[in-house]
Design a protein around this ligand. Structure first.
Ligand code: MN
Length: 210
C-alpha cells in the first residue's frame, strides 16, 4: 500500500504489539461491495461500542459509550479514536489484558453504507471532506442498523477539551420511536457468529470458567 496508508495507521500500529494481539496489522484489503461499516462491542475497562466507517482505505473510528440508537431523539456521544485497518471490520476475540484496549470484542453489526453528505444548498459533498468539516450523513445497510444517520462534531467535549461528536438517527422510515433504542451490550449477539461477549471470552480463554 501507499505511504499515505501507512501514515494513517501509524497511531493504530504504535499502540499495539502484533506478536501478542490477534488484531490485524492491516495491509489495506479493499472493500468490494461499496464502503463498509462495522459496529463492535468492546468490553474494555469501560464497556463501549466502536463505530467504524470505511473511508479512503481505512476505518474511521469513534468510541460510542452507549452505542448507536435507532431512536432519532437519542443523541449518542461519539469520541474519535485512531484510524483502524479495513481488516479490523471482521475482528472478534479477546485482546490480552495489559495490551492497548485489552478486553473482549464482538462484531455487533456489519454491512455497507451509502454516503449522503451534502452542503446547505443540497449539493453532494465528498464523504471524507464532510467528515473533515464535521458533519457527515450516510445510509446504513447493516444486519441490524438500517437507514440514515448523521455524525456531527463539537469543538470540545463537556469539560474535557477533547473532540466529541454526536451520532444521531435521522427521522426516516427506519427510525424506531419509543422503546429503549439501545442494545444491551451484555445480551447482544455477534452479527458474524451469534456469540455474546461472555461466550467469546469463555471460548477464547480455552478452558472456560475455572
Ligand atoms: Mn474500543
Amino acid at each position: 500500500m501507499t505511504g499515505v496508508h501507512d501514515q494513517r495507521l501509524r497511531d493504530y500500529r504504535g499502540k499495539r504489539h502484533f506478536d501478542t494481539t490477534a488484531e490485524p496489522r492491516g495491509n489495506g484489503e479493499a472493500g468490494d461491495k461499496g464502503p463498509s461499516f462495522v459496529v463492535q462491542i468492546h468490553e474494555a475497562r469501560r464497556m463501549h461500542f466502536d463505530f467504524r466507517l470505511e473511508v479512503d482505505g481505512v476505518l474511521k473510528s469513534w468510541a460510542v459509550p452507549r452505542g448507536p440508537s435507532e431512536n432519532p431523539r437519542d443523541r449518542r456521544l461519539a469520541v474519535p479514536t485512531e484510524d483502524h485497518p479495513l481488516e479490523y471490520r471482521t475482528f472478534e476475540g479477546v485482546i490480552a489484558k495489559g495490551e492497548y484496549g485489552g478486553g473482549t470484542v464482538i462484531v455487533w453489526d456489519q454491512g455497507t453504507y451509502r454516503p449522503m453528505s451534502h452542503d446547505r444548498h443540497g449539493r453532494p459533498v465528498p464523504f471524507a471532506e464532510s467528515l473533515e468539516e464535521g458533519h457527515a450523513t450516510f445510509w446504513l445497510e447493516g444486519t441490524k442498523l438500517r437507514g440514515e444517520y448523521a455524525l456531527t462534531r463539537f469543538k470540545d467535549g463537556p469539560g474535557t477539551g477533547e473532540e466529541v461528536w454526536l451520532l444521531i438517527k435521522a427521522n426516516d422510515r427506519r427510525a424506531v420511536r419509543g422503546g429503549q433504542g439501545t442494545p444491551d451490550p451484555l445480551r447482544a449477539r455477534s452479527a458474524r457468529t451469534g456469540r455474546t461477549l461472555h461466550q467469546v471470552t469463555a471460548e477464547e480463554s480455552g478452558d472456560g470458567p475455572s
